[in-house]
Design a protein around this ligand. Structure first.
Ligand code: NAD
Length: 487
């Protein structure tokens, strides 16, 4: 059986205890993973702190940091097929997506490699003639990065890239569900030539995450996961007073007006909710469609949904693979059954497939008969779409904003003035107009409300890993005037 190692202080270790990792496509154990102990977490944080304070990293120019990140990006590109296969094997995410996504992962590191020596302070036109005042932008310190099981290479790149560009050091806790790609990533990171301890990669469940995020030496927690876990992290930060950035889930609406290009909108909806087997934080899991086109739209959507190729995640032809865990499968069944019991009409899917592994089929629920159904407010993190129709723009906005989340949204219309009104009215961190599920290292990504706070991607993300130091330099040689008065 394959076994993986954790990465602490530049060394690869088995860990005192190990746990089994399941292949989501079969449900069988395929690998052994190291479970970080409390002492492992402490050693990982200590090594990150030593690297942060040590002259090799702290004394390195930002340009040199950028070059190391560029080398890392190139190594990721060279190892792309291997990393994509491991992510597919351990998490069930289809190879079609992991192989495409690994190219973005390298691009995110390239973007932050280029940004490293452009993170700069400022000179202030201070209101005192004998003073020069400027701001230094310094790295915030040791960062604890916590990622969920879906897209770990990607979700860690949006944390490690800006954190290292800013000069921080990182302890990354990979998800206990499917940590293989991150533990393998550590081997590639090692080859890039960073000083020891700049990145440490451990894994394990909630207890390991709690020990790490509440550690006294952690200055910032960058978290992606669910809102309940985020609450634990915020409570823990009462002890170490670490700053936090929280990328949480969503119940994102895709709004389709009756003037939309229907074929494009249907494809966007397929991509929005069925790509990545619905295990995407930006899943467009609420279709908000104009009543006049609802039937035609649903007929075309259902036809396409029923033609989706369900299969082994490692097969390039597969469009929907298994969910990552049996928990996710049970969650999809439970919420679908609850919603149907509340009056939602099952249009397609809804039943567990008769095959091994944690599969759940593309499912569509018409919620017009049940506007309070559980599927409209709860995140499935599976391939399940809830549909509601509207009569006019005002009602579309009301339905779209009727959620505690606020991560993403989509809008399909050919009417430019309406698009602008809607962009202003929708409460979400991302609005995609006549498209859906597009990302780039250049564009910030994040939400508000139960979807969290802080941004990943773009320049903003790198600034989150810095703190400002104000420097005052007196230019006069004259004695300091009245020492009992603040200047
Ligand atoms: P989760 O919150 O259960 O776990 C996420 C991570 O947190 C895991 O590594 C887990 O071990 C760790 N963790 C659990 N308890 C902890 C604690 N008390 N302290 C510290 N760490 C702890 O989430 P999940 O079920 O693995 O992932 C699904 C969730 O992630 C969904 O809600 C989804 O929408 C969200 N997500 C968000 C984004 C985004 O960018 N906004 C992207 C992907 C996934």
């Amino acid at each position: 059986m394959k076994s993986f190692q954790q990465y602490i202080g530049g060394d690869f270790e088995d860990g005192e205890t190990q746990f089994d990792s399941l292949d989501p496509a079969t449900g069988a154990v395929w690998a052994r993973m190291p479970e970080a102990s409390v002492s492992d977490v402490n050693r990982a944080v200590d090594s990150a702190e030593q690297a942060f304070l040590g002259s090799e990293w702290a004394g390195m120019t930002a340009t040199a940091r950028g070059k190391l990140l560029m080398r890392l990006a190139d190594l990721i590109s060279q190892n792309a097929p291997h990393l994509a296969e491991l992510e597919t094997r351990d998490t069930g995410k289809i190879i079609r997506e992991t192989s495409a996504q690994i190219a973005y992962v390298a691009d995110y590191y390239r973007y932050y490699a280029g940004l490293a020596d452009k993170i700069q302070g400022a000179h202030l036109p201070i209101d005192k003639p004998d003073m020069e005042v400027w701001l230094r932008r310094e790295p915030i310190g040791v960062v604890a990065a916590i990622v969920p099981w879906n897209s770990q290479l990607f979700l860690s790149a949006v944390k490690i890239g800006p954190a290292l560009a800013a000069g921080c050091t990182v302890v990354l806790k990979a998800s206990e569900d499917g940590p293989a790609p991150m533990l393998e990533f550590a081997r590639i990171f090692e080859q890039a030539g960073f000083p020891k301890g700049v990145l440490n990669v451990i894994t394990g469940g909630p207890a390991v995450g709690a020990t790490l995020t509440s550690h006294a030496k952690v200055a910032h927690v960058a978290f992606t996961g669910g809102p309940e876990t985020a609450r634990h992290i915020v409570r823990n930060s009462a002890d170490n007073l670490a700053s936090t950035s929280l990328e949480l889930g969503g119940k994102s609406p895709l709004i389709v007006f009756d003037d939309a290009d229907l074929e494009s909108a249907v494809n966007a909806q397929i991509s929005g909710v069925f790509a990545a087997t619905g295990q995407s934080c930006v899943s467009g899991s609420r279709l908000v469609v104009h009543a006049r086109i609802k039937d035609a739209f649903l007929a075309r959507l259902t036809e396409k949904a029923e033609a989706i190729v369900i299969g082994a995640p490692g097969d390039m032809a597969t469009e929907i693979g298994p969910l990552c865990t049996v928990r996710q499968q049970e969650n999809s069944v439970r919420l679908t059954e609850q919603s149907v019991a509340q009056g939602a009409r099952l249009i397609t899917g809804g039943q567990i497939l008769e095959r091994d592994g944690f599969y759940f089929p593309p499912t569509i629920l018409d919620c017009d008969p049940a506007p309070e159904a559980a599927c409209l407010s709860n995140e499935f993190f599976g391939p399940v779409l809830s549909v509601v129709s509207f009569q006019d723009e005002g009602e579309a906005i009301e339905i779209a904003n009727n959620t505690q989340f606020g991560l993403a949204s989509g809008l399909f219309t050919r009417d430019l003035t309406r698009a602008h009104r809607m962009i202003r009215a929708i409460r979400a961190g991302i609005v995609w107009v006549n498209t859906y599920r597009a990302v780039s290292p250049i564009a910030p990504f994040g939400g508000h409300g139960l979807s969290g706070h802080g941004r990943e991607g773009g320049i903003e993300a790198a600034l989150d890993y810095t703190k400002i130091k104000s420097v005052w330099l007196r230019t006069s040689d004259a004695p300091i005037p009245d020492p009992f008065v603040m200047r």
